[in-house]
Design a protein around this ligand. Sequence first.
Ligand SMILES: Cc1ncc(COP(=O)(O)O)c(C=O)c1O
Length: 382
Amino acid sequence: MIIRLSKRLEQFPEYIFTRLNRTIAEVEKASGRKVLNLGMGTPDVPPSAEYLAKLGEFVKSPEAPLYPGYGASREFREALQAWYKTRFNVTLAPDELYPLLGAKDGTGHLPLALLDEGDEILTPDPGYPGFSGPVGMIGAVPVYYRLTEANDFKIDIAELEKKVTKKTKGIWVNFPSNPTGQVATLEELRPLVAFAKKHGICILYDNAYAEITFGGYKAPSILEIEGAKDVAVELGSFSKMYSFAGFRMGWIVGNRDIVAALAKVKSQTDSGLSTPLQKLGAYALSHPDAEWSKEMLKSYEERRDIIGKHIAKLGLTFAVPKGGLYLWAKIPESAKDSETFCAELLTKKQIVLTPGTAFGASGERYVRVSICANIDKIDEYF
Ligand SMILES: Cc1ncc(COP(=O)(O)O)c(C=O)c1O
């Protein structure tokens, strides 16, 4: 029997990294050698032992296996409120926050809460593929704005003005950026809030890398801007900040109408963030392990520099990022294009980089190099 699948499946690609992982498996089989995977970025510094011990306790509590109920537990809410106050001096009301199953829960489901078929949403190019796929899935349209080297990979409001239409409902913004590693200051974000208000559109600010920054740089929250909550929500993630990627924990904060709309969608698609994980999140947010965070950042910074030295040998050029988990590097003039460059590197040297085009058309002539990779044997590959 031929299974009749939805037409919707043709409106979006399979997630780039599921495809890439299949290719890796094929290359490993054919070459008989393990690849050096600088493709996907899985935060790999083992989590703080203190938090893991706590999780062990939380899992054993009688309420742990029960449905957690919807929304935030009191302790998760209070911990997130306190953390936002201390970290950003932002006050959050109880209905201005909601726990997520990772920030990707937000990128995946916000389009359902905000967009109808044919609606447009401004989307960064290059940008995290999790922004555009779910938009296409519901028949809405990602309208790409470019982050170019010429503009230091920053947002150009004049370009947004040209791209905004009556159908535009919002804009995805992500700093520290995946994939460019660029960051944004509050001064740079202020005109964006004004732009959104002027056009009556919302800002979906993905701050998943807020705590992964280098050289003393501290990422802001867009909610620090006065009046931002009128138009903006912000996504946060425990994945990078605490190396909890596999636990699937995050949050959305900001505009209460958007938070409520997302909560309504999620009430149909999942049954909430589990009690032990809410307890873990609350504990981690209110008991910072400064020593662990310092070591985690040091590990990424050291690997960034080692990997940077090696990829320079391939003729790749890049600016040292202030944040995020990637190097965004330009391929040599002599290379045909990003995909060919990556494909050749994979077959000839068994090194995996992600072609920049996986992040949008403007990623042509770039590759993204993950700095959270096991590089114990990197010398054998370069
Ligand atoms: C910009 C961006 N947003 C969201 C996510 C997903 O984060 P989480 O693990 O919290 O779902 C990622 C992960 O790579 C990301 O790069």
